[in-house]
Write a protein that binds this ligand. Sequence first.
Ligand code: BDR
Ligand code: CA
Length: 317
Amino acid sequence: KQKIILDVDTGVDDAMAIAYAVAAPNADLIGVVNSYGNVLVNQAAKNSLEILDMLGATDVPVFEGQPHSLESNTFEVMEVSEHIHGKNGIGNVELPASSRQVQEQSGVDFMIEAAHKYGKNLTIIPTGPLTNLALALRKDPEIADLIGNVTLMGGALTVPGNVTDAAEANINQDATAANEVFRSKLHDTMVGLDVTLRTLLTKNETKKWRDLGTVAGEKFADIVDYYIDIYAELYPALGGCSLHDPLAVGVACDPSFVQTLDIDLLVHTDEHNYGRTTGDKDHLDDPHPTASAAIQVDEKRYLKTFMEYLNYLFANN
Ligand code: BDR
Ligand code: CA
């Protein structure tokens, strides 16, 4: 089984990403690192702990990472995130309290340690800003050669951003960090808006969770229905909510869900283009690009797998 670490800013779709990672039979979730973004880092960690516990994954350790981007020292949550994910990040739904604590070790050190321990068998899946991973690289550049793959939710190559025309939310939080990750020797697979905006969930699916009559089924239906309602308001043409973060986990576990383009990526950090992900023009001829971007998705097959995994998990919790 491949070892996976999630790096989340839990968030409604991050919560679904955690559920997918817990349920996926070919993945061994060895830790959940938290960052800021949809909510502040301590709230993200609280949400992650409660979600894991509710799903019976009480042995998965939870870590806090950096509280803000590399180049700022302010702690803030974008108004738009609060609007999309609710004040507490999970649709203002209250979950049973966890009796566990966040680990003392920092999430950054945990990732470095895991890279040395598991090497190519380790996949890191960031579904929030890339600050923690960039810091891990600064602290121990060797890990770029060790880690098997980084499969991240973020960026937009063939479509506009969702925060500005240039930038997708996770990259926009810390474009410097994202660029350092892309420009490193790490092998990255970018699962961006190109594919996540085409992978949708509706209330037909959340109703199936609710009908299970379990705590997890009901709570997840409440959390995700909140998000579906907001998506209906903001993006009426889509007809559902995007499965951004759980798609990244799906691709990490089964890369055949998407078609990818091998390309050396970079992230713009100038004011006008802040957060834009493009091909690095100085490296477009590299014979071995270290990054690839998902540009097509088999959303039907993905959704089927997603529902199989989550139904099973929720039915038993
Ligand atoms: C990404 O931004 C966050 O709000 C979501 O959780 C997801 O990771 C989508 O742009
Ligand atoms: Ca997220």
